[in-house]
Design a protein around this ligand. Structure first.
Ligand SMILES: [Mg+2]
Ligand SMILES: [Zn+2]
Length: 227
């Protein structure tokens, strides 16, 4: 079993890029955001234009990333889920921001698949090492491609936990979907079965009811003694 977990708005309380723009960019970043929400520009174009508007030095940005507020109920969820499943974070945000935020919160090192943040004088640049042009979302990275490559060695169902546009394409291929935010509407519109959730405490309550011994485990995982 493989959990693909979104970061912004799912693990983090607020969207990291939005919060960073609020703090370090001209308010006109919101006009660009609206163009993206209206479907006039892709996520990649939106991010590139917004990231260019960030005016801050390295230290100020690192401090900001350390202060990113995370859902504290993620940790107990993570401890339970990783008893029987592989778990990765897949985010159309910024890899470095995610790693700094989690390290600062004292959480274990979790694999992160995301866009790449580069510091430049007085700002940042973003590159897209996991971009797939054939992905339906026009996103900076393709969560379906991450799921496809990882599920080769984590046999069994794919579970998606997410809240937004970057989760839309993978919600169609995932076996189990936990949705909040705009992902709920997407699932309803496309008749994708899903569990609604607000925090990881809700997700944990549901997965605790799963009969672990019946879950499809790969060879390595099945040798782990399950409580
Ligand atoms: Mg999100
Ligand atoms: Zn995709």
């Amino acid at each position: 079993m493989l959990f693909i977990v979104d970061f912004d708005g799912t693990i983090s309380v607020k969207d990291t890029i939005d919060a960073m723009l609020e703090k370090f960019a001209d308010p006109s970043w919101q006009d660009i955001e609206q163009e993206w929400l209206d479907g006039k520009i892709t996520a990649v174009e939106c991010m590139a234009r917004q990231i260019d508007m960030v005016k801050a030095d390295h230290m100020a940005l690192e401090n900001f990333f350390r202060g990113i507020q995370l859902d504290a109920s993620f940790l107990p969820f993570y401890k339970h889920a990783t008893q029987f499943a592989k778990l990765v974070i897949a985010s159309d945000g910024l890899d470095h921001a995610i790693k700094v935020a989690m390290r600062n919160t004292g959480w274990p090192e979790i694999p992160v698949y995301s866009n790449h943040l580069n510091f430049v004088p007085q700002g940042i640049k973003i590159t897209y090492p996991l971009r797939k042009d054939d992905c339906t979302g026009g996103n900076g990275m393709c969560k379906c491609a991450v799921a496809r490559s990882l599920s080769l060695d984590a046999l069994g169902p794919i579970v998606l936990i997410g809240d937004g546009k970057s989760d839309a394409c993978i919600s169609g291929m995932a076996d189990i979907v936990f949705a909040k935010g705009s992902l709920i509407k997407h699932c309803e519109r496309n008749q994708i079965k899903h569990h609604k959730f607000q925090t990881f405490a809700d997700v944990l309550a549901i997965i605790k009811q799963w009969p672990i011994e019946k879950l499809w485990l790969n060879e390595k995982q099945s040798s782990i003694k399950l409580a």
